[in-house]
Design a protein. Sequence first.
Length: 121
Amino acid sequence: MITVVARSAPAARQVSTSVSVNSAYVVKPGDNLWSIAEQFYGTNLGPSSAGAMGPWQFMPGTWPSYSSAPFSQATSWSASTPAYIRLTNQLLKWSGGNVQQALAAYNAGQGYANTILAKAG
């Protein structure tokens, strides 16, 4: 399980399991998620070609489910990180704690993940 605690930036967010970010980097227990996110994300806050904004790449239609702030605040680390934590918690509950399924749903969308999981049996 990944344990993330919402605090003001740049508080440490410790990882309690290994997760592969890409083929060149694996997040290890004890790593600071804040510094990893800044390292891999940098300052490109969007919009993406699909319209996602901010460090956690929220879509306009998804944002209101996880934040009461206007979508223009999605580019703010301090506004978007608590929304991301709420989303991540919801996806981990949805997946029964399966980190790979939760990350797949975060990346491709929960609806698409449901479709793929149904086809996989």
